[in-house]
Write a protein that binds this ligand. Structure first.
Ligand SMILES: Nc1ncnc2c1ncn2[C@@H]1O[C@H](COP(=O)(O)OP(=O)(O)OP(=O)(O)O)[C@@H](O)[C@H]1O
Length: 244
């Protein structure tokens, strides 16, 4: 059996020691699997996404990527683990260097890993796939809309061909047309590369259509037709324990 792409075991994490946001959360994501993460505002979806992306160090528990324990978080995360995960956040403006043109923004991971010339064609192809014209690619973040900037952020997240894509409320600020376009780009990418997806969001309808399986952070699993698979866990507000 292949190793899961992502495995969180009994993760406890937060920002203030006395009030952890995540308590004993476990989640396993197999290769090619798509799981949606829902739950009320402030329940810890983004925190979980950041732990999984090695951007936030948990206080307890383990994080494994492709079978290997996380060897560090944030700037200490080793490059091969960091680049195995692509992340798109809710607010593109907080995730984009305002000095870069959109073309340079998309190519940023290639430059950071010394693979720029090699991946220049792929960066251009991704820019086209997300619907950015050459005119828009020459602009800087303050000269484009949130939706246009988010398109660039998605292209950037896919550049190094991550095995796991984490979309943390990627479409929360976008209109229906942009949402549909970006979801389609993610789906094409996953079909082509067999990548796994962890998508956090408020829009249960979109998450169900997109991911098939949606898990509430309170432990409730919701299957594609909206039925609660495990109502007991939800009622008891058990920590999330999702294993496919
Ligand atoms: N950097 C931070 N410092 C301190 N507290 C934080 C920080 N980031 C988040 N929190 C707190 O942690 C809790 C969980 O936040 P998180 O953003 O993970 O929730 P969420 O489920 O993603 O919420 P939303 O759906 O509103 O985006 C909240 O109470 C929030 O106020």
């Amino acid at each position: 059996m292949p190793e899961p792409v992502l495995e969180l075991r009994s993760v406890t994490a937060g920002y203030h020691r006395r009030t952890p946001v995540l308590r004993g959360v476990s989640l396993t994501l197999g290769a090619g699997e798509a799981v949606g993460l829902s739950g009320p505002s402030g329940c810890g979806k983004s925190t979980l996404a950041r732990v999984a992306a090695l951007l936030h160090r948990p206080w307890e528990g383990t994080v494994r990527l492709e079978g290997r324990p996380a060897r560090g978080f944030r700037f200490r995360a080793p490059r091969e683990q960091r680049t195995a995960v692509g992340v798109v956040f809710q607010q593109p403006r907080l995730a984009a260097d305002p000095r870069l043109t959109l073309a340079a923004l998309i190519a940023e991971p290639a430059r950071a890993t010394g693979r720029y010339p090699e991946l220049a064609d792929r960066a251009a192809a991704l820019a086209e796939a997300v619907g950015l014209s050459p005119g828009l690619l020459a602009r800087r973040p303050h000269q484009v809309s949130d939706g246009q900037l988010q398109r660039a952020c998605l292209a950037r997240a896919l550049l190094l061909r991550p095995r796991l894509l984490i979309c943390d409320e990627m479409t929360a600020m976008l209109d229906a047309a942009t949402t549909a376009a970006l979801v389609a780009v993610v789906e094409d990418y996953r079909r082509e590369h067999g990548a796994a997806l962890l998508a956090a969001g408020h829009d249960r309808v979109l998450l169900r259509r997109w991911c098939g399986t949606v898990v509430d952070l309170d432990g409730t699993v919701v299957d594609p037709d909206g039925t609660r698979v495990d109502p007991e866990a939800g009622a008891a507000r058990q920590p999330l324990r999702w294993r496919s």
